[in-house]
Design a protein around this ligand. Structure first.
Ligand SMILES: [Zn+2]
Length: 69
């Protein structure tokens, strides 16, 4: 996930800004840094959204298991 993509992401709960903590990056062919692993944190909600394999998991707390079966 590109740095430029992260800049347009916001918290799915409060739509506030997210703080990024990067643990793993790679550099793309065009020279832009790509986030492979890390955490996006909403300081307003105090919720962490993990980034795994370059994919941000933007699931609001409590929504993960809300589907009816
Ligand atoms: Zn939030």
């Amino acid at each position: 996930m590109r740095i430029s993509t992260i800049k347009i992401l916001c918290c799915p709960v409060c739509h506030g800004r997210l703080t990024l903590s990067v643990t793993e990056t790679t550099v793309l062919e065009d020279g832009e840094e790509d986030i492979v692993g890390g955490t996006l944190t909403c300081t307003a909600c105090r919720v962490d959204y993990p980034v795994r394999e370059g994919i941000p998991e933007m699931i609001p707390p409590g929504a993960a298991c809300s589907e009816d079966k």
